[in-house]
Design a protein around this ligand. Structure first.
Ligand code: F6R
Length: 585
């Protein structure tokens, strides 16, 4: 959610920052901008739209120190004037986050003569720094930060001064030193191949980077030591490797992600089991796709481990009036580990004395630093905004944890899971169904039990990459209202992999067909395939254990969403209005 990057060195800052912004673009792609210090003066190029619009102008910026931004608009339209960097006097700033008291600050600053050029909340930052600046950029940035409520990761530059100051509160900033240069950025992939060692700033930290040094300070300008971490992101993982889109590349990476996640679970198994001993409340949480994985976590714990569990959206959990306590375990599922609602729910529960398990793909993320224990998801960098392989790996981690907590009462061979996903991707023919979706006025996904959790994800995936309206429902709910939507222009996609509940979902298919609705059935069950062979579009999935079937049905639904996006000419990697890593609430 907005990407920021800074560079100080001897290379061409414009080109280096442009390259970094391309890598950060999945965090937002409404507008982009670069500022470079050239002969003591700051030159800025910025534009609404994708980073590549700056390709030519970035090359022309001469200078060795600069900052850049790729925006996901929060305050103000995604146009040129609202694009970062923003400037006031000698100061130039890029910002990721939300300044909650910006209106009040703008009013105060305007009353004392400041003129604002944008509608953004961010523009107050350079104004405040400029006012506080008396020759020391760090000092001015600290004074500014003390005036801000909300979240920020900002980078500030000053004319005539070859340093960049970074500030962090509730939005991520990492810093690192390369050869004869230093960087700061929103995340690790942007610095893959550039900085082998990184420092992750904590809330309230400030960093000063120059060509030859990276120094971290607290709000009293006292030096702070942060432990170095190895940058795990490899440049190879950021390349398309011949695939037309990251979405399809990452779909094919799901088997390896699941395999690596299952192996890594062994390293935390004992601690994970211990966390649940004596717990009287187990809650799964997350946002979006991660919440759909959390729903499966809940079912796995109830059905496999025999432990009553709940699942709630992180943004709702925070405000339901109950805050955990010593006997509570909160399992927070998040690919990025930076999603504001999930991180804040984890913080709330941790402060209440609850054990917090973070199921995350990013071991250095904010949530990993809050959690009692990190349960690793080993999906590697996920560039496509729509989550695919990380969701599959989250499911695998949650199933492994439930099986382990069951203490051997339930045993499932999870080793076959990666092969089941590969087989699904290889064997299914989803083209006809993709065409049906592309033509439908609305697409509804339904299932029961674990199939319902997957139906929700199938619906979200299709909506976000195709922009086709629809929803996900328990198939038992169809007759309680949704049936009114069914006619010859709507398509209902049923996921039927749970043999015990299959008959009930099959009834819902019949109810849809008898009202003239189009129906598709994704199933691992041969009897269901036979039942609807000539009456609905049937997608036959590899037969497998019911608890592994979400890996199979999710792979099919992800592939379906991808194909529909391609049929409709959408960009599946960068859906409109969205961004990965939602660091605002
Ligand atoms: C959808 C998608 C989002 C994320 C959600 C949470 O494809 O990717 O719904 O799942 O924004 O993000 P994380 O998992 O980073 O907390």
């Amino acid at each position: 959610m907005c990407g920021i990057i800074g560079y100080a060195g001897s290379g061409n800052a414009g080109e280096i920052i442009y390259d970094g912004l391309l890598r950060l673009e999945y965090r937002g792609y409404d507008s982009a901008g670069i500022a470079v210090l050239s002969n003591g003066k700051t030159e800025i190029v910025k534009s609404a739209g994708r980073v590549e619009k700056l390709n030519t102008s970035a090359q022309l910026l001469g200078g060795n120190v600069g900052i850049g931004h790729t925006r996901w608009a929060t305050h103000g339209k995604p146009d040129d004037k609202n694009a970062h960097p923003h400037r006031s006097g000698r100061i130039t700033v890029v910002h990721n986050g939300e300044i909650e008291n910006y209106a009040e600050l703008k009013k105060q600053l305007a009353a004392s003569g400041e003129r604002f050029l944008s509608e953004t909340d961010s523009e107050v930052i350079p104004c405040l720094i400029n006012r506080f600046y008396g020759g020391n950029l760090l000092e001015a940035a600290i004074k500014c930060a003390k005036m801000l409520n909300g979240s920020y990761a900002f980078l500030a530059m000053c004319d005539g001064c070859e340093e960049i100051v970074a500030a962090k509160f509730r939005s991520p900033v990492i810093v690192g030193q390369g050869e004869n240069c230093a960087y700061c950025s929103s995340d690790e992939p942007a610095l893959a191949g550039k900085c082998p060692t990184l420092y992750i700033l904590e809330d309230g930290d400030f960093a000063v980077i120059t060509k030859s040094s990276v120094k971290i300070f607290d709000e009293n300008m006292r030096p702070v030591n942060r432990a170095p971490v190895i940058n795990s992101a490899g440049e190879q993982s950021l390349a398309l490797c011949g695939y037309p889109h990251y979405m399809i590349k990452e779909l094919w990476e799901a088997p390896a992600a699941v395999k690596n996640t299952l192996s890594a679970f062994a390293g935390v198994e004992a601690e994970a089991r211990a966390a649940f001993a004596g717990a009287d409340r187990v809650i799964f949480t997350g946002c979006g796709t991660a919440y759909h994985a959390a729903l499966l976590g809940k079912r796995y714990f109830c059905e496999l481990a025999g432990i009553p569990a709940e699942a709630e959206y992180a943004g709702e959990l925070r405000y339901n009036g109950i805050q955990g306590g010593k006997k509570t375990v909160l399992v927070a599922v998040t690919q990025s580990g930076e999603t504001a609602d999930t991180v804040e729910a984890a913080r709330l529960y941790k402060n209440s004395g609850a054990a917090v398990l973070a199921v995350t793909n990013c071991p250095h993320s904010a949530i990993a630093r809050i959690a009692t224990l990190t349960v690793p998801v080993c999906a590697g960098p996920e560039i496509c905004v729509a989550a695919t392989k990380s969701y599959s790996a989250q499911i695998a981690a949650l199933a492994a944890m439930a099986l382990s907590v069951s203490g051997g009462k339930r045993q499932i061979d999870t080793d076959c899971a990666p092969a089941l996903i590969s087989q699904t991707l290889q064997d299914i023919d989803i083209y006809a169904l993709a065409e049906m979706c592309a033509r439908a006025r609305g697409v509804y996904f339904m299932g029961r039990g674990i199939d319902y959790a997957v139906a929700l994800e199938g619906s979200l995936k299709l909506k976000e990459v195709s922009y086709i309206a629809g929803g996900g429902y328990p198939s038992g709910e169809l007759k309680h209202g949704t049936l009114a939507l069914i006619d010859g222009t709507t398509l209902s996609v049923f996921i039927i992999c749970d043999g015990e509940l299959a008959a009930k979902s099959m009834d819902a298919v019949e109810q849809t067909l008898s009202r003239g609705g189009m129906a598709a059935v994704l199933t691992t069950l041969p009897e269901v395939q036979r039942q609807f062979a000539r009456r609905a579009e049937v997608i036959s999935l590899p037969e497998c254990n019911k608890y592994l079937s979400p890996l199979v049905s999710a792979a099919a639904l992800q592939l379906l969403a991808y194909r529909v996006a391609v049929v409709l000419g959408r960009d599946p990697d960068k859906p409109r209005n969205l961004a990965k890593s939602v660091t605002v609430e």
